[in-house]
Design a protein around this ligand. Structure first.
Ligand SMILES: [Zn+2]
Length: 247
């Protein structure tokens, strides 16, 4: 029953950088048997927009917490096969996010939305004054925000490559720590590049002198061909003319 979630261990900083990857890497992860591994990652990305035509909230059945759909005047829970008496509106915000490497979509569920927006769905719905199709300003203002997302990849993400990732937690980035992270990463990449270059140099060594000689020969012969006639002609003329004058 008690499953240890490693992504929630450690300091806030540890959590914010837990298996940090870029979106391109995240969206490329595939696995046939995802049950035996923890597919939890963090990434930093900017919210481009809310996914169109997807409501930012839904009505849930108080018995099972699953979605209840509106049927004329009542809400019906397919899971319980009843018209539940107790209903609670919950957040389900689907976002399009991007970083420098890729664009994808993700969904934030109730608890995390409430924590991020610092307000309840009921409060926001009341503020809309019956115009439930409208998007509250506080949700519109999510666009353009750069946040750290902790994702847990599910079977559909992993086996079918379906996008739309479930967000488990959101953090406001600490720009100092992000800068430090990038610097450390750049240093690591540089070290990797250095190793790569050394390996390349070693493997290319025997070919290099041959190539250089070939190139320099070509260049030399070109130079000779171009220079010789140009230089010789005026010399001849000058010589010829001086000879003529003297004669
Ligand atoms: Zn139900």
């Amino acid at each position: 029953m008690m499953e240890i979630d490693k992504s929630t261990l450690g300091t806030l900083e540890d959590q914010m950088f837990y298996r940090r990857i870029a979106l391109k890497e995240l969206t490329g992860i595939r696995h046939d048997n995802p049950t035996d591994e923890d597919f939890m990652f963090t990434t930093i990305a900017t919210i481009n927009r809310l996914q169109e035509n997807i409501q930012w909230w839904y009505m849930s059945c108080d018995v099972c917490n699953k979605i209840a759909t509106k049927e004329s005047h009542n809400y019906y829970c397919k899971n319980c096969d009843t018209y539940p008496e107790g209903l609670t509106p919950r957040y389900r915000i689907q976002l399009q996010i991007s970083d420098r490497t890729a664009t994808t979509s993700c969904t934030l569920f109730d608890e995390e939305d409430e924590r991020m927006l610092n307000t309840s769905v009921s409060f926001l719905l009341d503020s809309l004054d019956g115009k439930f199709e409208e998007l509250p300003k506080i949700i519109q203002e999510l666009c353009g925000q750069r946040l750290i997302f902790r994702f847990k990849l599910n079977n559909k993400n992993l086996t079918l490559g379906m996008q739309n990732y479930a967000v488990k937690k959101i953090f406001a980035p600490d720009e100092k720590l992000e800068k430090q992270y990038l610097e450390d990463k750049a240093e690591e990449d540089l070290m990797d590049d250095e190793v790569d270059n050394m390996l390349k140099r070693e493997t290319k060594k025997p070919n290099e002198p041959v190539k250089k000689v070939q190139i320099s020969k070509c260049e030399l012969s070109k130079n000779i061909c171009e220079l010789v006639p140009v230089k010789e002609e005026p010399k001849d003329k000058r010589n010829g003319s001086t000879v003529h004058e003297k004669e």
